[in-house]
Design a binder for this molecule. Sequence first.
Ligand code: 9WN
Length: 448
Amino acid sequence: MSAELWNSAVRVLDKNWAGDHMVPSRRLYPHQWSWDAAFIAVGLCYVNPSRAWRDLRSLFEAQWPDGRVPHIVFDPHTAEGDYFPGPVFWDVPAYGGRRPRGSTALVQPPLHAVAAWEVYRRAMSHGAAAVREAHAALEWLYPRLVAQQDYLTGHRDAGGAGLASIVHPWESGLDNSPAWDAAMSAVPADLTLLQKYHRRDLDVADAAHRPTDVDYARYLGLVLSYRDGGYADAHLARDHDFVVECPNFNAILGAAEIALAQIAGVLGADPQVHRARAQRITTAIVDRLYDARSRTFRVLDVRTGAHSPARCISGLVPLILPDLPAYYADDIMTEARSARFGLPQQTDLPAPSYDRTAADFDTLRYWRGPVWINVNWLLRRGMLQHGYRDEAEDLRTAMVRLVHRSGEYEYFHPMTGEGIGEPAFSWTAALSLDLLADRSIPAYARAA
Ligand code: 9WN
């Protein structure tokens, strides 16, 4: 089983390589996506470390002067009509010597430092030239990764407590999650936008899987209002209609500082500053995103100060923080094992994206129920981090079994395991390689 899955995952990554970057999938996502590149690098480095570095480098070459790393870098060879909303809709001006309309203006979870560290620590098994390549790549990336963190904890600290706010559900990576419903209900839905603009996702994907028109109108409206303000971040909490702090996004922000501490150590820079930042982020996540009544981590609406009522997989991801006190790690594991996320007896599948017991649990619609490999990969990493080795191993085998049985799909039906969304999806393929190869306890275990 392992060899078969390994070979087919490698074939997916070969097919999706576009010369200097990887596309998430050929049909639905024909450009480069930010957090996809991080997940992809984690697995691609086993078979082609040079491509893993090239992909990360292509992404960071599109970094804005203010430090933001765009959520999509547009491929100039892809026609405008092949993806919506494309370059013309975003209308990003030229910056840093790059052509205009080269990227979006949103961000995604900053998993790249974690990915860079993973690619670096695997370079050893590829020989001396790969180690030299990895060292040079880290030197190039390090200041850029730091600038990314500074942007997120500076410009995006709309809540004033040292966490990053996201200003659009697309920034979360968990786009259509019920975690946004409460905050999104206050965002105007101008349905005439859908007469003006054509939803290309519905041409290539099943409407029952994709966001509703009302949600999509809100997505477009949020981009247009951010665009009208020149994509500036001043006064976000006052002027922007959607400003939230997400436990998944901020846990990755904290994990990035731990990885930066490791990278700084290799490069002779100061690791301590990163460890201190990681600690501050963990403390702020606990202070602001933990709901003591339900003993879960929730999305916080910065504008209203309210926690989202939805229990989503994003609330389990703070487990990746090594400094998270055991008390909270235990709560996350209780939630993960419960009927809401746990592996029910009739299936042996990884965790769904949303509470299985919720009345609006949806087995098909994007991030509202289906199983995704990337967030389960994060959850497993957190389990290893906090010593839940048996559960981590069960989750690893559940993921490998699922992808082997159903194929490298974008996501999976949470009851049957059937593959849905895009086939030949890059991060599912890449993370399968990592899950097949890596049974070790991560070597970054605890911030000293
Ligand atoms: C919008 C590319 C991206 C992922 C996101 C996933 C989806 C796009 C969409 O695809 O988002 O960015 O059309 O919904 O939700 O996590 O990065 O794979």
